[in-house]
Design a protein around this ligand. Structure first.
Ligand code: ACO
Length: 331
């Protein structure tokens, strides 16, 4: 059974409520109809009800299973705006600004998740990654014990690497320049995700252009220190580095460059040292190796919030909603 079929089946077994703030957008509507028809999640669409219904009718979509909420006329609008004001007043937000900000469906949807009025949120078909992350970081914040929100891709390759060809890559979408503490946190979060979401026995490689001291540079030292901190914080996990990508993946190279490492040659989680390398890395594997890249999926939020690519299809939205619903179950 492929990963997405597994996620959809798992989502259906204990159905959760997911809010789609881009509720007037065509791909979101198409996905919402499919999700409710198939029993993957209960869907809340945010938007003007008349516009949503008119568009659904144009597209011949059955939205009878979905709730539609217009943030501008919602009865709990004031409560949400007040809660946002309380959360952000230390940052200089006034009550008037809070009320204005809460009109934005991205903020309203995030507040629904914070207040348990929805179990998760998926957005980004028409918004940027930053537009999605900022309300999440300001309102939902990180899960207990997690210092940084990050993201991962599930890379399904046609290779013998990782777990039968499947690996997690992190962080490829959130933190531009993680410091050593943040990098350690990303490694730990991704190991936990690998275990709980993927069922892997995680072997985490912290990537670099150096293997075990073969090169010296401050960016190599950052990775070495992150490995040390991650191992100190979570001795139960198998995290090693710094490793070059070939040493992380290829047993023969590992035997030569990193003998005795539990991870080298057997990694199923690759943690990149910064966002430039992570983002470039996943796209190269996707394009050159024809790998399926599922994500970016966020990790580390106190409640699940996930991004879409602006080039996404309705089917991509269905998939991300299924993963978000499963994250809500396993939270
Ligand atoms: N984890 C936890 N908290 C964070 C994080 C994080 N990763 N990043 C920022 N914060 C906190 C900040 O400390 C701040 O807290 P506070 O306001 O309570 O003091 C709050 O979140 C909001 O931070 P801002 O300063 O408003 O946001 P910032 O300008 O730092 O932006 C963002 C954060 C949006 C994540 C930014 O780093 C970003 O744009 N990242 C890259 C996103 C991107 O473009 N990705 C590539 C495209 S995706 C793709 O190709 C698949």
């Amino acid at each position: 059974m492929d990963f997405m079929t597994k996620m959809k089946n798992q989502a259906k077994a204990d159905v959760r409520t997911i809010v789609l703030p881009e509720g007037e957008e065509e791909r979101n509507l198409t996905a919402a109809a499919e999700i409710t028809r198939d029993g993957i999640a209960h869907i809340v669409l945010l938007g003007n009800e008349a516009k949503v219904r008119a568009k659904a009718s144009d597209l011949s979509l059955d939205l009878s299973g979905c709730r539609i909420i217009d943030p501008l006329t919602a009865e709990n609008f004031e409560e949400y705006a007040n809660e946002f004001y309380e959360l952000r007043k230390k940052k200089g937000v006034t009550p008037e600004q809070a009320a204005e900000i809460m009109k934005d469906p991205m903020y309203y949807g995030t507040m629904m998740v914070k207040r348990n009025d929805a179990d998760g949120m998926v957005s980004g078909a028409i918004h940027t990654t930053g537009d999605l992350l900022r309300p999440g970081l300001q309102i939902v914040k990180t899960a207990p014990g997690v210092s940084v929100v990050s993201s991962f891709f599930i890379m399904e390759t046609n290779s013998a690497f990782g777990d039968n060809g499947t690996l997690l890559f992190a962080d490829c979408a959130v933190n531009p320049m993680p410091d050593e503490d943040q990098l350690a946190s990303i490694a730990i979060s991704t190991a936990d995700t690998a275990r709980h979401l993927m069922g892997f026995d995680p072997k985490v490689a912290m990537l670099s252009f150096s293997t075990k001291g073969s090169a010296e540079h401050e960016v190599v030292t950052k990775v070495q220190n992150a490995v040390k901190k991650a191992n100190e914080q979570r001795p139960d996990l198998i995290i090693d580095g710094e490793l070059q990508a070939d040493a992380a993946l290829v047993a023969k190279v590992a035997a030569q460059k990193a003998p005795g490492s539990e991870v080298a040659g057997a990694a199923n989680v690759l943690v990149f040292p910064d966002l430039q390398s992570g983002n470039i890395g996943y796209k190269l594997v996707q394009r050159f190796a024809g790998a399926e890249a599922i994500g970016p999926i966020c990790q580390g939020f106190a409640r699940p919030i996930n991004d879409l690519s602006r080039g996404c299809s309705a089917e991509d939205i269905v998939n991300v909603v299924a993963v978000t619903a499963v994250q809500a179950q396993t939270r």
